[in-house]
Design a protein around this ligand. Sequence first.
Ligand code: HEM
Length: 107
Amino acid sequence: MHHDPALWTDPDEFRPERFLHERPPAQQYLPFGGGPHQCLGRQFSLLEAVTAVVTILRQGKFELTSGQFGGRLRPAIALEPDPHPRAVFSLHRAGPGMAADHDGTAR
Ligand code: HEM
């Protein structure tokens, strides 16, 4: 199903950005299988994925590139900055100092 060109554009290309702006239809995207027989590690691997992203994010920093946050918020699902400031994320170079960052101490 995940390789069916009737369901996906360029199904064999690794393009995760295809999911950026819309959720894939539930009936055609079943990474952990579907129905009563599914992946036993589903919840564990989703937790692992969050842990991996958080680990990467802790090793870098976000910086605003377009102006500053003016303090104005607009109600959405949560409060959002208005207008949306743009930010870049830069990763620190891995080096001997990195080990100290992995022990959970705040920088
Ligand atoms: C992103 C990570 C993972 C993906 C995409 C994935 C995907 C899948 C899929 C598609 C199946 C087949 C389901 C079916 O037969 O319909 C499966 C089965 C299974 N997975 Fe995963 N899996 C992942 C991670 C894990 C992890 C971390 C574990 C264990 C810690 C795990 C344990 C299992 C087991 C035991 C089965 C066989 C279940 C059975 O036959 O009853 N998986 N997985």
